[in-house]
Design a protein around this ligand. Structure first.
Ligand code: FES
Length: 144
C-alpha cells in the first residue's frame, strides 16, 4: 500500500490557498516543536464568516497537504466551526497520514486557532483562554 493517500499527494502537489493576504483580518503563525517547521495563515473575516484564507508553510509534504486541506475545510465557514476543526478531521479528510506524520497535521489545527485568537484579540472579543493553550504538547495529541 502506498505510504500516502491520493488525496495527500494531490494536496501536496497542488496545494490550495497558498499565499498571503496583505489586508488580512487575522494572522496566525505556529512552529512545530518536533521538527522546527513553521506554518502561517491569513484570514479574511466578514460577519463571523471566513471569506478567504491563505497559508504559507516552511514544512514537509504532509504539512503542506494538511494546511491545504484545512484551508479548504474552513473557507466559507463560521468562526465557531473553524474553531472546532481538529487535526483528526484534517487527517480523515486526507484519507489518513502515516503515524509518524500525524504531528504535521497538528500544525494546521494550531495555526487556525492562533489566527482566531489574533482576531479575537484585535477586536476585543472575550474568550476563554483555555481555548488557546500556549504550549501544545504533540505527545498528548489524541492521535499519538
Ligand atoms: Fe515538520 Fe511535517 S515534519 S511538519
Amino acid at each position: 500500500m502506498a505510504l500516502y493517500s491520493e488525496k495527500v499527494m494531490d494536496h501536496f502537489r497542488n496545494p490550495r490557498n497558498v499565499g498571503v493576504i496583505e489586508d488580512a483580518d487575522a494572522v496566525g503563525e505556529v512552529g512545530n516543536a518536533k521538527c522546527g517547521d513553521i506554518m502561517k495563515i491569513y484570514l479574511k473575516i466578514d460577519n463571523d464568516v471566513i471569506t478567504d484564507v491563505k497559508f504559507e508553510t516552511f514544512g514537509c509534504g504532509s504539512a503542506i497537504a494538511s494546511a491545504s486541506m484545512a484551508t479548504e475545510l474552513i473557507k466559507g465557514k463560521p468562526l465557531s466551526e473553524a474553531l472546532e476543526l481538529t487535526n483528526r478531521a484534517v487527517v480523515e479528510a486526507l484519507d489518513g497520514l502515516p503515524t509518524h506524520k500525524i504531528h504535521c497535521s497538528v500544525l494546521a489545527e494550531e495555526v487556525i486557532k492562533a489566527a482566531l485568537k489574533d482576531y479575537y484579540d484585535r477586536n476585543g472579543i472575550a474568550y476563554d483562554p483555555a481555548m488557546f493553550p500556549d504550549d501544545h504538547d504533540c505527545e498528548n495529541c489524541e492521535l499519538h
